[in-house]
Ligand binder design. Structure first.
Ligand SMILES: Nc1ncnc2c1ncn2[C@@H]1O[C@H](COP(=O)(O)OP(=O)(O)OP(=O)(O)O)[C@@H](O)[C@H]1O
Length: 264
């Protein structure tokens, strides 16, 4: 299945937020979205996931989702969004409930996604007993249980410390490097972190400040499994991205500061 952003534009009342955004995400592909604060990254992700309707253009899908997919476009959030009263297993099972699945299918799926995210030994734990990194693994396991075609990730690592981020980044790299089939997982990855973007993405959409337009699409070639975060070439690419958004970011920052001063 392919996710297609087709000339998407959006505004909140008089505030134009996105302008003419087009790109595609296919199986096994990662598209990162970067840009200054407030340029509409999260709005774009919500539109792609069908949570919001754009004023113009559309988020479309082409082709069939993976077999038995319960939710072809599945979100993973920064704050994990786990139910504290459910165990790890219970949180994952949540997305499988209400679909009339056989208990054996549910049990197999839960077992499979917990194994893929290194959580097998934590199946009976509650979120409060887990580190931040483990909680986000549960968030990812839960998303995978729905057999998505494309994961929509909004700053999934930004609440975590640097070492945990590095470990989870390795996991994400493995998740989208599984196999080159038509059912391979795709990903849209919104981040402020340019190092994450160059480590994970095939293409990076650099948005301008609000209203976000595609200022440039940067391609990162090569197998993401072979990329190392301290690779000088990747460091150079991240620097290049920063050069692209620096002026916009400074301007967006000033705007936010002005807004806060005016509001109080
Ligand atoms: N539901 C809403 N109603 C009105 N304005 C909104 C709404 N959601 C977002 N906005 C505004 O739209 C603009 C874009 O917000 P959005 O969260 O999409 O940007 P972002 O690039 O993800 O920001 P950040 O990088 O700070 O996370 C901001 O000015 C925000 O205040």
């Amino acid at each position: 299945m392919q996710l297609i952003a087709d000339h998407i534009a959006h505004a909140y009342g008089p505030l134009p937020v996105l302008d003419d955004i087009s790109f595609t995400v296919g199986p096994g592909e990662v598209v990162a979205i970067v840009g200054p604060s407030g340029c509409g990254k999260s709005t774009l992700l919500r539109i792609l996931g069908g949570l919001e309707k754009p004023q113009a253009g559309a988020a479309l899908v082409a082709g069939a989702p993976p077999a038995a997919s319960l939710n072809p476009l599945t979100f993973v959030f920064q704050d994990f969004a786990l139910l504290p009263w459910r165990t790890v297993e219970g949180n994952v099972r949540l997305v499988l409930e209400g679909h009339g699945l056989l208990q054996a299918v549910v049990a197999d799926t839960v077992r499979d996604v917990l194994a893929r995210t290194g959580l097998t030994d934590f199946a009976k734990a509650y979120p409060k007993q887990l580190s931040g990194g483990m909680r986000q693994r549960v968030g990812i396991a839960r998303a995978l249980a729905a057999r998505p075609a494309v994961l929509l990730m909004d700053e999934p690592l930004s609440a975590l410390d640097a070492q945990t981020r590095e470990l989870l980044m390795d996991d994400l790299v493995q998740l989208v490097s599984a196999e080159g089939s038509a059912e391979a997982l795709g990903m849209v990855y919104v981040t402020h972190n340019l190092d994450e973007a160059v480590r994970l993405a095939d293409r990076i959409l650099v948005l301008s400040r609000r209203p976000g337009r595609v200022r440039e699409t940067v391609t990162i070639a090569g197998d993401r499994r072979a990329r190392r975060s301290d690779d000088p070439e990747l460091v150079r690419r991240a620097r290049e991205l920063w050069d692209l958004i620096r002026a916009d970011a400074a301007e967006a920052d000033r705007e936010l500061a002005d807004g806060e001063a005016i509001n109080g």
